[in-house]
Design a protein around this ligand. Structure first.
Ligand SMILES: [Zn+2]
Length: 192
């Protein structure tokens, strides 16, 4: 029985690196893994997943209109897919997370989703909300705050290093930066 996995973390915990490592493990065994990433992420060339340590691989892209179940069903009919990998899965809609459950349950394809748990104001992303609700396995990828505690929050700062408490949930490629911190330092940064 295939399962739906959600690997979640805050920023810069190595999600893309972990995804690309999984893809490589399948490749090394002669298995067919397929990667999808969000079209919204234009930091790098559209249709690629890149990690901070220099790894990179081609990927299919999805946007809000993509029926991922139908897209995967089509690919799977051309060549059997052994593993589906979804990057930036916080950007999935509720409907698309449901489609991924169908990929797992009807097509029997193991599906590994990688994404942020919460945004810079501490709220769940839509995709993460439903993955946390419906995934078979939840796996936290950990990174650390400057104080050494586990970082589970992210603050958005502007070019001057000032903490931003308002703005759009999705702000990729701007001059804003994200810093991963522990909950204590998140509250100190945002509310003191
Ligand atoms: Zn801290």
């Amino acid at each position: 029985m295939a399962q739906l996995y959600f690997y979640y973390s805050t920023m810069n915990a190595g999600k893309s690196t972990s995804l690309l490592q999984s893809a490589y493990n399948y490749y090394e065994r002669g298995l067919n893994s397929q990667i999808f990433t969000a079209a919204i992420d234009n930091r790098v060339q559209v249709g690629r997943v890149s990690s901070r340590i220099g790894l990179s691989q081609a990927a299919h892209v999805y946007d809000g209109d993509t029926d991922i179940f139908m897209a995967v069903k089509q690919l799977n009919s051309n060549q059997k897919i052994d593993c589906l990998l979804i990057d930036e899965s916080q950007f999935l809609s509720k409907a698309q997370v449901k489609q991924l459950t169908q990929v797992v349950d009807e097509l029997n394809i193991p599906t590994l989703c990688y994404g942020l748990r919460t945004d810079f104001v501490g709220e769940l992303f839509e995709g993460s909300q439903y993955l946390l609700a419906w995934a078979d396995k939840l796996v936290e990828l950990k990174t650390i705050c400057h104080c050494g505690r586990k970082a589970n929050m992210v603050v958005r700062v502007n070019e001057q290093g000032e903490v931003l408490r308002e703005g759009n949930q999705i702000e990729i490629g701007g001059n804003d930066k994200y810093i991963s911190v522990c909950r204590k330092h998140y509250h100190q940064a945002c509310y003191q």
